[in-house]
Design a protein around this ligand. Sequence first.
Ligand code: ASP
Ligand code: MG
Length: 451
Amino acid sequence: MKFGGTSVADPEAIDRLIAIVRQQIASTPDARSAPVVVVSALAGVTDALVAVAQLAEEGEADRAASALRSLVDRHVAVATAVTTESRTRAVDDVRREFDELVGLVHALAVLREVSPRSRDAVLASGEVVSSRIVAAAFNDHGIRAAWVDARSVLVTDAEHTVAAPDMDETRARAIATLAPLGADGTVAVLGGFIGATSAGITSTLGRGGSDYSAAIFGAALDADEIQIWTDVDGMLTADPRIVPQPRLVPRLSFAEASELAYFGAKVLHPSTILPAVAKNIPVRILNSRRPQNAGTMITSNGAPASGQLTAIACKRDVTVIDITSTRMLMAHGFLRRLFEVFERFKTAVDVVTTSEVSVSVTVDDTRRLDAILDNLHHFAEAACEREMAIICAVGENLRSDPMLFGRAVTALNRIPLRLVSQAASRRNITFVLRDADLPHAMMRLHETFFR
Ligand code: ASP
Ligand code: MG
């Protein structure tokens, strides 16, 4: 069970978390399989620590120290509010961790240098203290729990700030330390996001890495299920800013989740749950403010075939570039040359369609557009059109049901479509159209498939 920053933000959130874990334990018939709990830093704390590291780098020792003082106050207040018998110890633990951090940050500010390794040491404090507080709160609320330092279990490489797990070593340690706790009915509580190299140096998995930690521990322990507790109900059938009252997607495949995430469905980053999906462990997204809701379940296979789409995502304000070469298109080497231009200017291409004489691509980063066009002009005609949008209709059922494509196009009747593509995975259809037409197009599609 992983709880994100907003699910541990303050004493009320931690009270809800306790109730959720209590309920989970009560609903597990086997008393010898207590859940493992992974928590993020309190909401906003990692950002605050990033700012502290920045101040240290600028040599602003006093400002860094004062930022840390307010973090200490916030954590002490939360620890005090959620504990009873273990209050003194919990508060001491928080203070000790921050005392060390104050010393470290002062040294960094004197040197005016924050290496990736030092930055990890600073950022890791958020998860160290949040997990200690939650473990203490469990024990004071009748849930037998043990704090486990994630840095003693999650072993990573030395790519500080974006470390990758050593799964074999982590599995061995998880089985040695976490499994016996669970079997004894004790809830192990760990900080997400953090680990250590095999030499024992603190590392982090990259921003937002707590989901990744949960998937790593879940996969290592062969968990029945991984729960990601957050502040939304799950994945939605469309972006609520564009389609009022989208529906919840009860179940989707990992591949569908990846397509949707690429187009901005920000609930979780699918690559972070890969270790779990690779082992066929379902990942469930749940709302810690509405724990009774079923949430969204992500599995390797997704929902059983239903002849429906799964969700529709979109991306606004993209630019279409049409590249035409009467002489050279389809001559070998043309596409390589073309994409080399985008590579040279570090501009990612989203949609690609081709006809006999032209290639069209969409980009959303237009900072180097002029240079790109100049370079394309060396060997082709190129023209661009701004204020376009991409709609991506996603569904495993697109593979088996040819009618879905037709229904989607029919729904967009009279809306001019600039590009249409269906990739080899046949799990999505992509439409490129004028941004001004996007809201209407999204509503039409949503009505057709989800009303
Ligand atoms: N606290 C870390 C961050 O904000 C990790 C996480 O929350 O997943 O990036
Ligand atoms: Mg976070």
